[in-house]
Design a protein around this ligand. Structure first.
Ligand code: DPP
Ligand code: ZN
Length: 880
């Protein structure tokens, strides 16, 4: 197969102005009649054949301008319909297909989830419903008539506003007609039919229009949708206030389904959600779940403007809607919660998910140049790094110009399918800046490295900083051009005084840089000197993580301790503690691999003692500091010849040292933060719970009586956050308490699928030999099903991505297991299978023995014939 290339983009030869769908829902034989109004595209090739996309379709009937077309004379396969030399003026097609939703295990196109019919069309699922020009630059106005047995599907939903609904006389059937006046690409089409419960509310827009809001869930789950509804209304208001964007239809519906490949989908006026991002009650959802629901609800809602009103010209432009919309949901969460803590959490996610992608064989541009399978590009690079680029653009041009650029983008491209170039040009225009170099961030993959050296001249009271940027080669890109990198910086004394930034005429910092504190690197090297510094200052670099880079600066331990205590930038206060811990852990890993013991460092323990003392002012922040760098973070820092067992041992030793060194403080903190009263999911309360549970976790690392506390908390906690925290701590310690707790949890939650996902995931992550045996046994548990994506991810995904020592077991059993499951799942659901295979993304960084075993497992996958395009693409790139 040939890859699809951005350079080959051509406008479509035909446009489809109107789509009228007439769909009769049936579990095994759904009938779809698509009536399309087409015309030649003035921008396309005149007289070209009309080639419509299909995917596994059964064509029943075909009419052109009302006249039957011989199905056999025209070229028809399940995956393509070619109409040779169609009319040169507007014409219509009527296409009848028959679908079997019950047999659709890919969860793309029309399928069954629980007792409902639902659809997923992004990226290329609409072609599994009817033959179509399935590409995002074909925008059409849709009318949809849905018909079903009233008992089978009393609720019938589609995009837009409902214009009619009635029983069909003399039958047990009924219908509904939906009309969406906004032209949209077919990937935003959706329908839902089923017997669902709902909650309803209204929202009055800034200009005074009333919008009917509905969230549809399984019967009985209605109360658990209340938080999602609240988040939706807050998101709608926020987008008006912060981006000036109002909702545009009379109705906004959300449906939660339990079988869903992605997190959620922004179909126009009818978002379809993985129910894990809708359903929440204090008894079943953690604080993190609540925060994620708020973020995903906002994300999908924000797509209404960034994605739907302005969509993507082609799938290479995916970041145009996804990176931008992630940026918007990050900003929303920052405004709803603690901005500083959200920033730390977002950067943690970026580093945990995107940095390894950029450093391994699956590295790709934020805007890829080519692909074999677009489903594999819904990645951390497109989403998370894409969001960082928008944030960086805002840092570079300032908040005011950023907003003006967004306004211009909305005004200019509303109703169209746009490109990254068009988007960036808006910001260049309003800011007067040349953003050519900035655009390289979209076309060069890899995480840039910025190395900084500092020289202090006491006599001159001057500090010279030498910056050097570089970027390692990535697949297909041996040479990189320099990036524009904004480095926000500050200088402080060791007791926390802030120094003004003063440079001389020779030193090169512009007045703008001095005023904003943001230095721009545009060349491979830059030297800057700062004056009027009576002492050697602490250099606070990359404040707020002002660019998605890797920073290398040999700050002294004194500097890091001072920063942890005093940096006025809270992100860097956290970062300094992490850097300190990372260095300590890296040294311990070395020692352990040389046969020695982990290093102990009383200074670090002392610094944490101060953090604990100051924690009442900001518990959520303190919890972030106590969360040490994860095993994967340490592996990434090591970069090559990685030994996951040594990393685990180093981290365990540090946790034990903290647990014993700070036993009294942690124990006291745990007691002082005891919960009383009702549960509230707000950020302040969640922060207190996060700190309390972090304290218990570290305490238990060194003190056996911690398990008693954890078991008591697990047993008596009325709310999920504390219950699962107790269980998570017990899970790290083999013994009777642990097994009792897992059994009790299952008994308590066995009718709550989302809570059972957590049960599977916690067991999959147990970092002990024997974890794999447990997982194999759990796969035969009646509650397990490989067909449900949430379940598969909970058990297999949590193991592959979250259990570093056992996935990377030195006998290769973890690799073999995951490879075998991927092959098994690939026959049913290629997207989820390909996603699981992504767990091998860092295999080349392993020490040689494990690397060989991982490669052998990947080779067994590639050797299979009949791989899906999804898995084939991932395994081929992984091995390249
Ligand atoms: N549903 C996915 C998202 O919103 C893809 N658009 O990111
Ligand atoms: Zn999105």
């Amino acid at each position: 197969a040939q890859p699809i290339r951005l350079a080959d983009y051509r406008p479509p030869d035909y446009l489809i102005d109107r789509v009228d769908l007439d769909i009769r829902l049936d579990r095994q034989a759904t009938r779809v009649i698509a009536r399309l109004k087409l015309r030649p595209n003035p921008q396309g090739k005149t007289g070209a054949d009309l080639v419509l996309d299909g995917d596994g379709l059964r064509l029943k009937r075909l009419l052109l301008d009302g006249a039957p077309l011989d199905i056999h004379a025209n070229f028809v396969t399940p995956d393509r319909l070619t109409i040779a030399s169609p009319p040169h003026e507007p014409f219509s097609l009527e296409i009848e297909t028959e679908l079997n939703p019950a047999a659709n295990t890919q969860l793309m196109g029309l399928y069954r989830s629980g007792s409902a019919y639902c659809t997923q069309c992004e990226a290329e699922g609409f072609r599994r419903i009817t033959y179509f020009l399935d590409r995002p630059d074909v925008l059409s106005v849709y009318s949809v008539r849905l018909e079903a047995e009233q008992t089978d599907a009393p609720i019938l939903l589609s995009n837009g506003n409902r214009t009619a609904t009635a029983a069909i006389e003399g039958t047990s059937r009924h219908f509904a007609v939906w009309h969406d006046p906004f032209p949209k690409p077919c990937y935003l089409f959706a329908l839902v039919g089923g017997d669902l419960g709902a909650i309803h509310d209204t929202f009055t827009t800034a200009s005074g229009r009333e919008v009917q809001l509905g969230i549809y869930v399984e019967h009985g789950k209605e109360p658990s949708a209340a938080y999602a509804m609240d988040a939706l209304k807050r998101a709608m208001r926020w987008d008006e206030e912060v981006f000036g964007r109002e909702y545009d239809l009379d109705v906004f519906n959300i449906v939660a389904v339990s079988d869903f490949n992605m997190g959620a989908m922004e179909n126009k006026g009818l978002n379809v959600f993985n129910d894990k991002y809708i359903l929440a009650s204090p008894e079943t959802a953690t604080d993190t779940d609540y925060a994620q629901i708020e973020a995903v609800i906002a994300h999908e809602y924000f797509h209404n403007w960034t994605g739907n009103r302005i969509t993507c010209r082609d799938w290479f432009q995916l970041c145009l809607k996804e990176g931008l919309t992630v940026f918007r949901d990050h900003e929303f969460s920052a405004d709803m919660r603690s901005r500083a803590v959200r920033r730390i959490a977002d950067v943690r996610t970026l580093r945990a998910q995107q940095f390894p992608e950029d450093a391994g064989p699956l590295a790709h541009n934020v805007r890829p140049d080519s692909y074999y399978e677009i489903n594999n590009f819904y990645t951390a690079t497109v989403y998370e790094k894409g969001a960082e680029l928008i944030r960086m653009l805002k840092v570079l041009i300032g908040a005011k110009a950023f907003r003006a650029g967004m306004d211009l983008y909305f005004a200019r491209y509303d109703g169209t399918a746009a490109t990254v170039e068009q988007f960036i040009a808006c910001f260049a225009e309003v800011s007067g800046r040349d953003l050519t170099q900035f655009s390289r961030w979209y076309s060069q993959s890899g995480t840039p490295l910025v190395e900084v050296e500092a020289h202090y001249d006491a006599a001159a009271q001057a500090l010279t900083l030498d910056f050097r940027q570089s970027c390692k080669k990535t697949p297909g890109q041996d040479e990189k051009l320099p990036f524009v990198i904004p480095i926000e910086l500050g200088l402080l004394s060791h007791d926390g005084k802030i120094f003004d930034l003063v440079t001389g005429p020779q030193d090169g910092a512009s007045a703008h840089e001095l005023a904003t504190g943001v230095i721009e690197l545009t060349e491979p090297r830059r030297r800057l000197t700062f004056h009027a510094l009576p002492e050697r200052p602490v250099v606070s670099l990359l404040r707020g993580f002002s660019a998605p880079i890797s920073l290398c600066y040999a700050a002294s331990e004194d500097d890091l301790i001072a920063q942890t205590a005093h940096d006025s930038d809270s992100f860097n206060r956290w970062q300094a503690s992490q850097t300190y811990a990372t260095r300590l852990l890296l040294r311990s890993v070395e020692r352990i691999r040389a046969g020695g013991a982990a290093e102990s460092d009383p200074r670090f323990i002392d610094a944490l003692r101060h953090v604990l003392k100051a924690s009442p002012a900001d518990p959520a922040f303190a919890a972030q500091v106590l969360a040490l760098p994860g095993e994967a973070d340490i592996a990434r820092e090591i970069g090559a010849n990685v030994d996951p067992d040594a990393i685990f041992a180093a981290r365990k030793a540090l946790r034990e040292a903290i647990g014993s060194g700070l036993a009294d403080e942690l124990r006291a903190l745990y007691a002082s933060l005891a919960e009383d009263g009702a549960y509230s999911p707000d950020a302040a309360a969640a922060g207190r719970r996060a700190l309390r549970n972090a304290a218990l976790d570290l305490y238990t690392a060194a003190n056996p009586d911690g398990r008693t506390l954890a078991e008591a908390q697990f047993t008596h906690a009325p709310f999920m956050t504390d219950k699962i925290a107790g269980l998570g701590i017990l899970a790290l310690h083999a013994g009777a308490e642990r097994e009792r707790a897992f059994e009790a949890y299952y008994e308590f939650y066995k009718n709550e699928p989302l809570a059972i996902d957590k049960w599977f995931a916690l067991q999959a992550a147990i970092p002990e030999a024997g974890a794999l045996e447990r997982i194999r046994a759990l796969m035969t548990h009646p509650a397990f099903s490989l067909s449900n994506p949430n379940r598969a991810r909970a058990l297999i995904g949590a193991f592959a991505a979250g259990n570093q020592t056992q996935f990377n077991a030195p006998d290769g059993s973890g690799y073999d297991f995951v490879a075998a499951i991927v092959l098994q799942l690939d026959e049913k659901n290629p997207q989820v299978a390909a996603r699981l295979l992504g767990a091998f993304k860092s295999w080349r960084a392993l020490e040689p023995h494990r690397r060989g075993l991982a490669e052998a497992a990947l080779r067994r996958v590639i050797a299979q014939n009949r791989l899906s395009p999804d898995v084939k693409d991932i395994v081929e790139r992984s091995l390249n």
